[in-house]
Design a protein. Structure first.
Lengths: 99, 385
């Protein structure tokens, strides 16, 4: 589904999104994952309000149970999103980790 | 000019392994024509609501595809708006009649989902979300889980409150011969079912389904008044919001539901209190709680307690019954068919034709169809002619 060109175009934007802090305003734990995420499940996903008010949805990484909570402070970080597809291009993107 | 519904039909909803999309379309459309007592030559256009045929089945160009299958050879359109595709198809068909372009048209909602692997269906449904949501690893149950978690935090809503919705809708579906699930369930069963996306469990989720539903609508007064069973479309309204859930102003409501219903109430000249029966988009249990609040039937944060008291349950409700068909949860959710099926149910209710699930004394019905996690909402209001 993800073409190498699309990955290349998107990855030019990603560096500018890293290192931003915010807090969790809602969360879930995905136990039945979509294609490409099976090796990571179960995993938490959060809606995060970044400092300044912009809201994003991102997977929570490097977490413990106590971090999956309203108001938890997080920082955006660049991570591999899914297993590489058949073209072998690794899709990177933004995830969040607790701070 | 007013638009009337003169024929309705729905196939059985469920895991229909032996039935093709072509057969589903024939059954629904010819059933609706028979109900309307009109011949195929009186149909001037076909509007098809469908979401997944291209991404799952590799078949696009559904206007011509079903036009050929039905032997209609008329102008034909496929309308897509995720799980609101059916409602949007009806809205577009109503528009074509009000513009004077056509007089009598057929609306077909159809989806075939069980031919495909669950993880492929889950990924295809996420095509209704944003790229950010897909990259986050969220699923559709996950998106509604965010709404559920936020509602719990703000209003003290509990997982028991969510379970009440599933129990009610299975009870209603047990009375519907076309429903996917005819079994009643208990709150304990919901709470013991496997976790899908916390706090949502398997029995909080609508199923993967096959099915089709069709409507014949017309502005032809002879056809409408000659058919004593016709029902008037008093309002047809659509609203949209951000594609991604995170970008919404609030996680405690679906603003598109509020906007589209406000416009629909204005068009129909009614208030929420005038609605006797409603089919709302309960793709997940939390979605029915949000719908009851955002459509104005209950105050914000008040729907769960009213549901618990049976205020929206058949044979218990005093003001209105919600999802007498069993809703998406009990009746099944073939995504493109759902918005059309909701209207079929309302027409049967308004004709007093709904059998065991008949709501007493119905005059005004409302259908609420949502696309994605609330990026599209479609509201129709029907009145007895």
């Amino acid at each position: 589904m993800l073409s190498p060109v699309k990955i290349w175009r998107n990855q030019k934007k990603i560096a500018g999104l890293a290192g931003k802090t915010g807090r969790i305003i809602s969360w879930t734990i995905v136990r039945v994952p979509p294609n490409g995420f099976a090796d990571q499940a179960p995993y938490p996903v959060a809606v995060v309000e970044l400092d300044g008010g912009k809201r994003i949805m991102a997977q929570l990484v490097d977490w413990e149970d106590r971090h999956v909570a309203f108001g938890q402070k997080v920082v955006t970080t660049i991570r591999r999103i899914t297993q590489p597809n058949t073209e072998g291009v690794i899709p990177y993107g933004i995830k969040v980790k607790p701070i | 000019m007013s638009v009337a519904i003169i024929g309705v039909s729905t196939t059985k909803f469920g895991e229909l392994w032996g039935t093709s999309p072509r057969a589903l379309a024939r059954e629904a459309v010819f059933g609706a024509m028979k109900d309307a007592r009109i011949a195929p030559k009186e149909i001037q256009a076909l509007f098809v609501g469908n979401m997944l045929s291209g991404i799952l089945g590799g078949q696009e160009h559904l206007g011509a595809f079903f036009s050929e299958e039905l032997g209609l050879r008329v102008p034909a359109f496929r309308i897509e708006g995720a799980c609101a595709s059916g409602g949007l198809a009806l809205h577009s068909a109503v528009g074509s009649i009000l513009s004077g372009q056509h007089e009598t048209v057929v609306v077909l909602g159809i989806e075939k989902m069980t031919d495909h692997k669950p993880e492929d269906v889950a990924a295809a449904l996420m095509a209704a979300g944003s790229q950010e949501e897909r990259s986050s690893g969220a699923t559709f149950p996950g998106l509604y889980a965010f709404l559920a978690r936020a509602h719990m935090e703000a209003f003290g809503t509990t997982v028991q409150d969510l379970a009440v919705v599933a129990v009610k809708n299975h009870f209603h579906a047990s009375l519907n011969t076309n429903a996917q699930f005819r079994n009643t369930i208990t709150k304990e069963q919901v709470l013991a079912s496997s976790k899908i996306a916390d706090p949502l469990r398997l029995l909080d989720c609508s199923p993967v389904s096959d099915g089709a539903a069709a409507l014949i609508i017309t502005s032809n007064r002879r056809q409408a008044t000659g058919n004593r069973r016709s029902v008037t479309i008093a309002a047809s309204a659509v609203a949209t919001d951000t594609l991604g859930l995170a970008q919404r102003e609030s996680l405690l409501e679906l603003k598109a539901t509020k906007k589209s219903s406000k416009e629909a109430y204005r068009q129909a000249g009614v208030d929420p209190g005038d609605i006797d029966v409603a089919e709302v988009h309960d793709c997940f249990t939390i979605a029915e709680i949000l719908a009851i609040e955002d459509l104005g039937f209950a105050g914000k944060g008040k729907a769960a307690a009213e549901l618990e008291r049976g205020e929206y349950t058949l044979n218990k409700a005093k003001k209105l019954v919600v999802n007498p068909s069993g809703g998406l949860k009990g009746c099944g959710h073939p995504v493109g068919a759902t918005g059309v099926k909701q209207v079929v149910e309302l027409v049967e209710q308004l004709r007093m034709d709904a059998g065991d699930r008949q709501v007493i004394g119905v005059r005004v019905g409302l259908a609420h169809n949502v696309g994605g996690s609330g990026a599209t909402a479609v509201v129709h209001i029907l009145k007895r002619a």
